[in-house]
Design a protein around this ligand. Structure first.
Ligand SMILES: [Zn+2]
Ligand SMILES: [Zn+2]
Length: 885
């Protein structure tokens, strides 16, 4: 090995930049279109071009990179396909905001110029999120980066639309859609968020046209009555048996509407009679279709009452509500008002109340597609992890409604449909037509709408690989191996990719789907601006380095649970990076004169054999955990091995060997062990901490080797397995730990040498301890160690047990027994007072009711600490009492 020395500490800011450029320069992220080795592929959930790296991205992409690096090291031809999404509404809004500041608008600019502006914006800011992903260490194949609106993908989108249309899977229809009056577009069922609203239920009297009394209907939206076209009751409701078929007069509108029956009406809601407004309610719309009722729209796209609303024309929907109620009251039609809490749908982007509206929209017939997507999961062609999500997936897929794919936006894939104004022919084509295919007329008008953003992202797994061309990449990497995404887009995205993948490619888009949870703060609260608990990933990277940040994310990612994060937790793993760095410095100094070619297995010590057996176990556990996407288990196994086995024990136990206190042969054997184990340690750590491991690996290997990324992921070495050694070393560790604990309890200085007698159960055990005596002497800092079979307990000792082995630590002349007893008694009485105070406080109702949750939690933690302290000290006192008899 070279003699140059490792820097004092790892400098993430400098090293990350240098190493990432090194990887890029050498093309290490690039996958081969064709290769003899098996393929492994992931498509990135494309972040919005407007995106700024937040915790959700950070978690999602860290997990992907861990798996990608792991698989790449395992020898797969590994592709991580990157790209961004054009994000219709989000991007259009950003540019519209810009225009607003300039005192203009998209309408003033016109469609073409506006779209040009959006492209300009995209050129300038569209790669911000990509550069942020690079800081996270993401090893995407950047050469292949795609954009949902790039030329190839736009072509593919059109191809799929035309194909669906030609196969009768796309239709245009009058339909009631969720309309956002603010965003001015239809939004899908999924994009509607429901919020509980404490409002009222208004009971309104509709008189019969023949003067035979009246019928009372209840509604939460009185203003919609202007568009009522019927009153409905349940066919089994005897109260209305002789009213069905009669007409009532719609108050305020003075119009006759029929009383009809429909199973949909529940008898126990209100009076059992409901008003039917097909133009403003999806259920009423469905009923109108069943009964051939008139469909009247009274509220326009901006939420204003239109010409069909009589005297209320021009009023905002909420203003109209007030006026309608007042007029009903004046006319004697309002029977009663009662407080009523119900769910109101809101636009998920702008939180404006949704206005269900009937308009012409394009739809995908979804049931045939859903059926196949359900079957694929049942058959296990695609596996959803954690499995608990499968039930949700099935439930949603079984109740799916046709997918409304048209959006009233300008930024997006324009719908490839033209209308002939001469003969009304509808033309759907791959190439923009210049004349009508039927009448030859040239006055063609293209549909104004664009496609839902999720339409193009539903095609992402194959369009990014070059479809509709039959590319090598498509053949090699489709179906992809794995998708990692948040559970919140299971329906928006995952389900739709399943349906479109099966429809277009005749095969599922991915074999595994791993759904991760949300990142929350350490108390489990959702991160939000208003709560001020948002953690900025880039800030964390600046402060603690990417490696510590990534490791924290992995360590807290347990399946099916939220990831609870705090800067302190990330800082904790920065200490881990420091620990690794310092252990590496020690390692490198021990290896300075190491000669790789020597083979001295026969001179291996117990710790040498032990650490080899232990890294075998670690490799096994880490590999299995990563294979099963148990990121936290994998991270825990890495951590445990490095900190608690390699650093705490092996390096300590081997110090005398490296300092030349034994034979040169033993030293060489230890060097070889350390060299091999250290290299494997870097290997298993690399997917989690790519930067520090690369830095150390290159240092270890000297200048002639390229990258840890090209090394093999460590595998179990059968020859290193050694249960007997693990057991033996386990006992030695137990003995040393027991003596150290006594030191702690008795407040004996670490520098104070001790005399210990060990009582072994039999000759074999005695022999073993005597053989390994030097380790105990060194690490427990002993003056002397005697081992006897069935020794008699001497006077004035502290005792501990390690299995069947008894340990006696002689305390005479070392511990002032009576003084220590007095001190412990004094401490204990103080702690018991504090304990009492704290438990009383927590038992107090007043405190529980009034104090903030974090204060209560703090107090609970304090109580737990006190209890622990009390138990430890009490134990120590008991021991002392037994010594003094
Ligand atoms: Zn909106
Ligand atoms: Zn025509």
């Amino acid at each position: 090995m070279t003699k140059k020395e490792l820097g004092k500490a790892f400098e993430p800011a400098e090293a990350e930049k240098r190493l990432y450029e090194y990887w890029l320069k050498n093309n290490y992220f690039h996958a081969q279109d064709k290769s003899d080795t098996p393929a492994f592929s992931i498509v990135i959930p494309p972040p919005n071009v407007t995106g700024m790296l937040h915790m959700g991205h950070a978690l999602n992409n860290t997990l992907q990179d861990i798996i990608i690096r792991f698989k790449r090291m395992q020898g797969y031809n590994t592709l991580w396909m990157p790209g961004t999404d054009h994000a219709g509404i989000a991007t259009q809004n950003v540019v519209e905001q810009q225009l607003l500041k300039e005192g203009t608008s998209r309408h003033e600019l016109g469609r073409e110029k506006f779209i040009a502006r959006v492209w300009e914006w995209r050129e300038k800011y569209g790669s911000v999120i990509i550069n942020q992903l690079k800081r996270l260490g993401c090893s995407c194949d950047w050469e292949r980066e795609r954009f949902t609106m790039d030329e190839g993908l736009s072509h593919a989108v059109r191809e799929v639309f035309v194909r669906l249309y030609n196969e009768g899977m796309i239709y245009q229809g009058d339909y009631i859609v969720n309309w956002c009056p603010r965003c001015h577009t239809a939004i899908s069922d999924l994009e509607v968020e429901f919020k509980s609203d404490a409002s009222f239920l208004w009971n309104i009297r509709y008189p019969f046209a023949d003067g035979s009394g009246d019928i009372v209907v209840a509604t939460t939206r009185p203003e919609t009555m202007l568009g009522d076209t019927a009153v409905a009751v349940n066919p089994l409701d005897f109260r209305y048996r002789d009213k069905v078929g009669k007409f009532v007069i719609l108050p305020l509108m003075n119009k006759k509407i029929p009383v009809i029956t429909d199973d949909y009406v529940t008898m126990d809601f209100g009076s059992g009679a409901v008003k039917i407004t097909p133009g403003s309610d999806p259920n009423d719309f469905a009923m109108a279709q069943r009964h051939n009722l008139e469909i009247i729209t009274v509220i326009d796209g901006k939420g204003i009452i239109n010409k069909n609303g009589g005297a209320y024309k021009g009023q905002d929907r909420y203003e109209a509500r007030k006026n309608v109620i007042a007029d009903l009251e004046k006319g004697g039609y309002l029977v009663g008002t009662e407080p009523y809490s119900h769910n109101v749908g809101q636009c998920y982007r702008c939180k404006t109340d949704i206005e269900p509206m009937v308009s012409k929209q394009w739809f995908v017939k979804i049931r045939p597609l859903a059926k196949q997507a359900i079957a694929a999961v049942i058959k296990g062609k695609t596996k959803i992890i954690p499995k608990t999500w499968e039930a949700t997936y099935f439930d949603w897929m079984n109740n799916i409604r046709d997918w409304c794919i048209s959006r009233q936006l300008w930024w997006g894939h324009r719908i490839p449909v033209w209308y002939c104004s001469d003969c009304k022919k509808v033309i759907v084509a791959m190439v923009n037509p210049d004349k009508c295919t039927d009448c030859g007329g040239t006055s063609l008008k293209q549909d104004e709408d664009v496609l839902d953003t999720w339409f193009s992202s539903a095609l992402w797994p194959f369009t990014t690989l070059g479809w509709p061309e039959k590319t090598k990449a498509l053949k090699t990497f489709y179906p992809t191996s794995l998708l990692i995404t948040g559970f919140d887009i299971l329906f928006f995205w995952v389900a739709r990719m399943m349906m479109m993948g099966i429809y277009v490619m005749k095969d599922v888009p991915f074999k595994h789907v791993y759904l991760h949870a949300l990142v929350r703060d350490e108390k489990g609260e959702k991160m939000s601006k208003s709560k001020g608990n948002i953690i900025d990933p880039l800030l964390m990277i600046d402060q603690y380095g990417t490696d510590a940040f990534r490791f924290t994310l992995a360590a807290y990612t347990a399946q099916g649970r939220d990831v609870r994060l705090s800067p302190e937790r990330i800082e904790g793993y920065k200490f881990f990076v420091n620990k690794i760095w310092n252990a590496s410095k020690l390692t490198f100094s021990n290896l300075e004169d190491f000669d790789e070619s020597v083979s001295l297995d026969s001179d291996e010590s117990l710790p040498d054999k032990w650490i080899k057996a232990r890294i075998n176990k670690a490799i096994e556990e880490i590999t299995l955990s990563l294979d099963e996407y148990r990121f936290n288990d994998a991270a825990a196994a890495v951590y445990r091995f490095i900190w608690h086995e390699l650093c705490d024990w092996y390096l300590e136990l081997s110090k005398p060997v490296f300092y030349g206190k034994v034979t040169p042969e033993k030293r060489k054997a230890a060097q070889k062990t350390l060299y091999e184990v250290f290299q494997k340690m870097l290997g298993v750590l690399h997917p989690f901490m790519p930067f520090v491991t690369e830095e150390l690996w290159q240092f270890l290997k000297g200048n002639d080797k390229n990258s840890i990324m090209l090394s093999n992921f460590p595998i179990v070495n059968e020859e290193w397995k050694n249960d007997a050694v693990e057991k033996e070393m386990g006992i030695i560790i137990e003995i040393i730990t027991a003596i150290r604990n006594i030191r702690g309890e008795m407040r004996i200085a670490p520098s104070q040498k001790l005399n210990v007698l060990i009582s072994a159960a039999d000759e074999q055990s005695k022999k073993m301890i005597e053989t390994d005596k030097s380790y105990i002497l060194n690490l427990a800092n002993l003056e002397s160690l005697k081992v006897e079979i069935n020794a008699i307990e001497p006077k004035g000792v502290a005792t501990a047990l390690a299995g069947s082995i008894k340990i006696f630590v002689l305390l005479a002349g070392i511990v002032d027994i009576s003084g220590e007893k007095a001190r412990l008694e004094k401490e204990l009485s103080k702690i018991s007072k504090d304990l009492e105070k704290s438990s009383k406080k927590l038992a107090n109702r007043d405190f529980r009711d009034k104090a903030a949750p974090e204060i209560i939690q703090k107090e609970e933690e304090k109580l737990k600490d006190l209890q622990k302290k009390f138990a430890t000290m009490e134990g120590a006192l008991k021991k002392l009492k037994s010594i003094s008899g």
